[in-house]
Design a binder for this molecule. Sequence first.
Ligand SMILES: Nc1nc2c(ncn2[C@@H]2O[C@H](COP(=O)(O)OP(=O)(O)OP(=O)(O)O)[C@@H](O)[C@H]2O)c(=O)[nH]1
Length: 394
Amino acid sequence: MSNHPDLPFNLKDNINNMNEDKRTNQANDIEPEHTTHTNKAEDRKIGASLTSTQQHSDNAVDEGADFENNDTTDTIDSFFASSGSKDITDDFKAGYVAIVGRPNVGKSTLMNHLLGQKLSITSRKPQTTRHRIHGILTTDEMQAVFVDTPGIHHNEVRAINERMNKAALSALVDVDLVLFVVDSDQWRDDDLLTLQKLGETDLTIVLVINKADTLSDKGTLLPLIETFSDSFDFADIVPVSALKNQNLDRLEEVIASHLPTALPIYDLEQITDRSERFLASEIIREKIMRSSGDEVPYDLTVQIDQFKDEPAHKDPKTGRPRKACTFIDATIYVERSGQKAIVIGDKGQRIKQVGIDARKDMEQLFDKKIMLTLWVKVKRGWSDDERALTSLGY
Ligand SMILES: Nc1nc2c(ncn2[C@@H]2O[C@H](COP(=O)(O)OP(=O)(O)OP(=O)(O)O)[C@@H](O)[C@H]2O)c(=O)[nH]1
């Protein structure tokens, strides 16, 4: 047994016992209305651009499902056109990878750092991830399509958490590999419950022990790894620091070793299958969460009301040339007027800064000029109200 203070003694027994109890309920646990990877494989638009893809009709802030207008011939053509520049080796690996773990262990940070680009929002507050976000990591050897799941929550009863649980579980359907992320310093009951869920499946599970940089005594890492490997049949165990980019190369190798030999699923240059609208809403939400410290609860949401690309043109009144620009109008929904005041800040300072920071990130990510307009509105009880959740895309 490790000297790790919080690690449960009978981890393996606990999991086996739970599995016996839960196995029969498993089929009912997975929400049928969510898009599964099987559906994704059917809907897959190979070679699509960041702007035009949209695969989740359950996301209200995404743009219209324009990929449905493309026929199979276009898809096949674009696949060969877009990947022709690089040679794909015969033993190329490709598959879906789910990142699973309780809130705040660093799932989003891990995906972002593996991709080297910011796609999924991170903050010090737990439960910032609400949507499943796909990030795509393509190397010479492999393409890993990441599914960033919200944490699996057990004690919260509110509707929004129910939805988040279902999203987390449904993300596990048909993935090729699961990265089960834990915090090297804190083992909690939630970790065990997540592992119990994973134990119900036949999935290949790699344990990622994150935040290794926070361990004051690195000597505790080895016994910790031994205890984990005695407790559960992990395919591999990799300690990393996502934040400090430590050991991520090793993790990449491990991921590749567990993916099936297959052609790339997406275009080799593509980094996400989410639309710019969705990414814009996530960026705005992140900026608010970061700027508001502990004052604003996580249950606010951002809806993109307008996302309009205007090409470069001459101003009809002045005749002056105007650069291409994208106009984005977004509404931030909060639960109470007190929260609205917090988000707006003293004399509007906070919302102004959120707008500036979000615009800068968007201009960098989308590589174009952005005009961003933000509104804050109160929509009472939205996080408890199933209908409101649906209308906002959960
Ligand atoms: N020291 C350290 N901090 C980390 C590391 N990885 C993530 N963090 C921090 O942990 C916090 C939570 O990280 P997230 O990536 O948002 O965690 P998450 O698991 O996606 O959280 P949810 O969205 O709530 O499920 C942030 O403050 C990160 O900066 C790491 O390797 N070392």
